[in-house]
Design a protein around this ligand. Structure first.
Ligand code: COA
Length: 128
């Protein structure tokens, strides 16, 4: 993903995630500075319609965020972004990839071979 695409990618964040543009912009810029090798956009007529933000910490890969513009959902856009990301992770030596997702989306990721890790749970410590 090119940093120049980030403005357009932000519109997707607002569209599907309802995030404040300024909060999303800070997040996106910092994320891209570190992980541009693993971040991709899908385009239609040169407009950004989907984004995936992923990272690799030299031990494991993570898919941190994936979002597709509402009007382009259910047309295989996320699937293409997932394939590209998995390929990039493989090419960079990631032995596995983690994703933290809503349970109703598990079937989307299972299509790519992800499995629910039965031995682990997600825990959160709220600090505010
Ligand atoms: C989740 C999201 C990225 C999927 O994008 P998409 O381009 O519509 O996905 P695809 O068209 O590639 O769908 C791939 C498969 O996943 C399934 N799927 C897609 N969205 C789904 C949903 N919300 N719930 C359950 N299954 C879903 C599709 O039915 C499809 O299955 P099929 O191949 O059997 O038809 C998109 O709905 C989105 O941006 N949602 C809001 C942000 C979000 O929740 N991101 C994920 C955070 S973990």
């Amino acid at each position: 993903m090119k940093v120049g695409d980030s403005e357009e990618a932000l519109s997707i964040w607002e569209d599907v995630l309802g995030e404040e543009p300024i909060q999303a912009k800070n997040y996106l810029q910092k994320f891209l500075e570190k992980n541009s090798k693993f971040c991709f956009v899908a385009e239609e007529d040169k407009a950004v319609i989907g984004v995936v933000l992923a990272s690799f910490n030299e031990r494991v890969g993570y898919i941190n965020r994936i979002a597709v513009k509402k009007t382009f959902q259910n047309q295989g856009v996320a699937s293409k972004l997932m394939k590209t990301t998995i390929e990039a992770m493989k090419n960079n030596g990631a032995p596995s990839i983690f994703i933290h997702c809503k349970s109703e989306l598990a079937q989307l990721y299972e299509k790519f071979g992800f499995k629910i890790d039965k031995g682990s749970v997600i825990m959160r410590l709220k600090l505010d």
